[in-house]
Design a binder for this molecule. Structure first.
Ligand SMILES: Nc1nc2c(ncn2[C@@H]2O[C@H](COP(=O)(O)OP(=O)(O)OP(=O)(O)O)[C@@H](O)[C@H]2O)c(=O)[nH]1
Ligand SMILES: [Mg+2]
Ligand SMILES: [Zn+2]
Length: 320
């Protein structure tokens, strides 16, 4: 009997297997060694023997398949299969795999939007971290939605200046509470029909939010530590869930950030959307770092109140 080639989407990784969902089944797949080689060896530099040796060592750390990948696989018919190919990704979020040289580790693929989750309190919002996530999303052209949760614990008036600022630069901000139900219908509407990834520090309430919009998931959540105010890294792996009302969502363990894989190649200021109109207008043109140079159009815009001082500070911190 000829091998049956099927297509599906990787929604979870478990003990070295990739769980793939097709229209009618879930198949536990392994990866073909031919594919593993083809996907990984191009990162080795053929001009240096030594470098290619350490990248082969590095391979153990880099997984060529990401949650959200669409793959074609051979179905063995007993619930198992072998992945033959990863289909071209229409979007991806990567981070730098640990090691001496940057190797790209694609974490999630084929997503339509990033939902950046912050708690209104407990832990209190760290806006510079939000700016980092926004820059990461901009760098891969991924639409970002800001979701502030635990609104039952905070006074809306305290947040309103920051919320207005982000709305002013055309990010959508949703105010929600899994506890009171505030904003959950809006949140569902924003997810409907899309593939979204939830990003945010441990303990901000990502999983709780997911449970609130789809209670049958019953995912594990845990209290933020009273002594440190930090989350406990309750969600320990990535998983993509189907939403009953249409769409899919990937819950992530509280990752601090997705280090930009290709930082240095992209002009950081261009990832701050409100800075874009001023780029190229500085005295030193594209050589301006917008920090100490005279006649800097971006610094002038900050002084004129056209760019928020806080966002500019985030820019300077990231530019170091
Ligand atoms: N008062 C209140 N508490 C909330 C709300 N949402 C979440 N929490 C609490 O915040 C704590 C952390 O929630 P989790 O959902 O586990 O947070 P997480 O972002 O998934 O954390 P990690 O999985 O570690 O990344 C739990 O004790 C939740 O009950 C909310 O809307 N209001
Ligand atoms: Mg969680
Ligand atoms: Zn400048």
């Amino acid at each position: 009997m000829p091998d049956r080639l099927c297509q599906g989407r990787v929604f979870r990784k478990d003990l070295g297997r990739y769980l793939v969902r097709t229209d009618h089944a879930v198949v536990a797949c392994s990866i073909s060694s031919r594919l593993r080689k083809r996907l990984i060896y191009p990162t080795a530099d053929p001009s240096s023997r030594r470098r290619s040796v350490d990248s082969v060592k590095g391979i153990k750390m880099v997984d060529p398949i990401a949650i959200g990948d669409v793959v074609s696989f051979i179905d063995a018919g007993d619930g198992r299969g072998v992945i033959k190919e990863v289909l071209p990704r229409k979007s991806k979020f990567s981070r730098r795999a640990p090691g001496p040289r940057p190797i790209e580790q694609v974490v999630v693929a084929n997503i339509d939007q990033a939902v950046i989750v912050f708690a209104a309190a407990h832990p209190k919002p760290k806006w510079t971290l939000l700016d980092r996530y926004l820059v990461d999303a901009e760098s891969v052209d991924l639409p970002a939605l800001i979701c502030i949760t635990k609104m039952d614990l905070a006074d809306e008036a305290l947040l309103s200046a920051d919320v207005k600022m982000y709305e002013g630069i055309e990010y959508r901000v949703l105010l929600t509470s899994a506890m009171s139900g505030l904003g959950l219908d809006e949140f569902k509407a924003a997810l409907r029909g899309k593939v979204s990834v939830l990003l945010g520090k441990s303990g901000v309430g990502k999983t709780t939010l997911l449970n609130a919009i789809q209670p049958k998931l019953g995912l594990r959540v845990a209290e933020v530590s009273k002594s440190t105010g930090k989350g406990r890294h309750t969600t320990s792996h990535l998983e993509m869930f189907e939403l009953d009302f249409g769409g899919e969502i990937i819950d992530t363990p509280g990752m601090k950030e997705f280090a930009l894989h290709n930082s240095g190649e992209i002009d950081l200021a261009s990832l701050f959307r409100e800075m874009r109109p001023f780029i190229g207008q500085c005295r030193f043109g594209s050589n301006c770092s917008h920090s100490h140079e005279p006649d800097c159009a971006i610094k002038e815009a900050v002084l004129a109140g056209e760019i928020s001082e806080r966002r500019y500070k985030s820019y300077l911190r990231m530019n170091r």
